[in-house]
Design a protein around this ligand. Structure first.
Ligand code: FMN
Length: 180
């Protein structure tokens, strides 16, 4: 008997931007959302996962979880959505974020989407505000330096269209042996 692949969203967000994208995706694709503390038996139930994370100082918040769970994740179809301030015009930097954070075996043949995030300086912890200030001081490009001193909100539901289309193609796959 053929069964439809079962999917879920796993996301790690600090100030809500990644979580907001996860909620939009969950509503559009009718998928449950979990924090990375989802337990292993529950993780096993899913054939495909949408894994979302923001980036701080080059590190994806979900990096350690990916490393710990790479054995289980390797057999699943994975879609990554990375929420950050590195725009699509800086493909090399995006590639570096992916390479430094997603274990090579999980990145192979997977789709990685970069989505513009949100940064509201008054909502940051003192520590993040300090890191941002230091980062701005070290930045050589005057345009980027100025950008790091202002709020930014690049979030838009429309950026999810390609990811939603890719996931819908997976949802319509009917295969008894489906494992990604
Ligand atoms: C202290 C700090 C460091 C950041 N470091 C990076 C970075 O290295 N690369 C990047 O692209 N974005 C960086 N960002 C931007 C965040 O990834 C972005 O604001 C994201 O939307 C936060 O999402 P969240 O609310 O889900 O955590 C940084 C933001 C802060 C406050």
């Amino acid at each position: 008997m053929s069964t439809q692949p079962k999917g879920a969203i796993i996301c790690k967000s600090r100030y809500g931007a990644t979580r907001q994208y996860a909620e939009w995706l969950g509503a559009h694709l009718d998928l449950p959302i979990f924090d990375p503390d989802i337990d292993r038996p529950q993780l096993k139930e899913y054939n495909y996962l949408l894994i979302g994370s923001s980036v701080y100082m080059g590190k994806m918040l979900i990096k350690d979880w990916l490393l710990t769970h790479r054995g289980e994740l390797n057999s699943k179809k994975l879609f990554f959505f990375v929420v950050c301030a590195t725009p699509n015009t800086e493909k090399d930097k995006q590639r570096k974020i992916a390479k430094d954070n997603i274990p090579a075996e999980l990145a192979e043949d997977r789709v990685i989407f970069f989505l513009p995030g949100r940064l509201i300086i008054s909502r940051l912890s003192w520590k993040d505000r300090l890191f941002l200030r230091l980062g701005a001081r070290l930045e050589k490009d005057p345009r980027k330096k100025a950008a790091m001193r202002h709020d930014m909100d690049g979030m838009d539901l429309r950026y999810l269209d390609p990811l939603i289309d890719a996931v819908k193609a997976t949802q319509s796959t009917k295969n008894p042996l489906y494992a990604g």
